[in-house]
Design a protein. Sequence first.
Length: 212
Amino acid sequence: MILAPSLLAANFMNLSKDCQTLKDHGIQWLHYDVMDGYFVPNHSFGVDILKQIKQNFDFVYDVHLMVSNPRLFIEYFSKVADVLTIHIEACEDVHEAIELINIIHTHGIKAGICIKPNTSVSAIEPLLSLVDLVLVMSVEPGFGGQPFMVEMLEKVRLLKDLKEKQGYQFMIQIDGGVNKENSEQSRLAGAENIVVGSYLFKDLASRISEFQ
Ligand code: DX5
Ligand code: ZN
C-alpha cells in the first residue's frame, strides 16, 4: 500500500525540513491539495509552491484539485503534477469529465477522479476504464483533521469488486481522517493508496514508521 502524505498538514514554517524527513524515510508520493475557496470553503497552495518543492525534492506529485474550474487548473498543474485528480462534482457532466481526463492524459501524466462523501460510485462508472486513480473522500473535502467516515469503505469495496470483475487498471486511493487503525481497515477493503495528513505530521518521523 502506498502512503501519500498530505502536505496540507505540514509545518509551513518548515516545509523543506518536513519534505526532507519524508524523503529520508523512503516516502515516494506527496499529496498536494489545491483549493480555490469556491469548490471548498478554504484555500491552500497554488502552483508556484509546488514548482519550488519540485526543484528540490523528487516525489510522485499527486495533485488533488478541489476547484470549481478544473479545466483552468489542469492548465496550471499539468506541467508539474505526476497525477492530477479532479472531482466529478466539479464537472458539468460525465462528458466534460471524459474530456478533462483526456486533456490530462495528453500531457503524459496520470488522471484521477474523486468522489465526495455524498457522491456514489455509479456517478463515475463510465470513467472507470479511463482513469488511473479513483479517490474516495472519507471526509467532506476542504479541511484536514476531520474524523474518518467509516461508511465510505463500502465504496472502496465496490470499486475493488468492479476493478477485479472488469479488469480496470485504476488505483484506489482514500483521503480524509486516515490514521493507523483505519488505514488497515481501508487496506482490507481494497485501498491501495492512503492519504494521511494530520495524523502523520503530528509526529512525522515516528508515525511514518507505523505505516511501514
Ligand atoms: C481534505 C484534503 C486532505 C487532507 C487530509 O480536503 O483533501 O488531503 O489534507 O488531511 P487529514 O488526514 O488530516 O484528514
Ligand atoms: Zn486531498
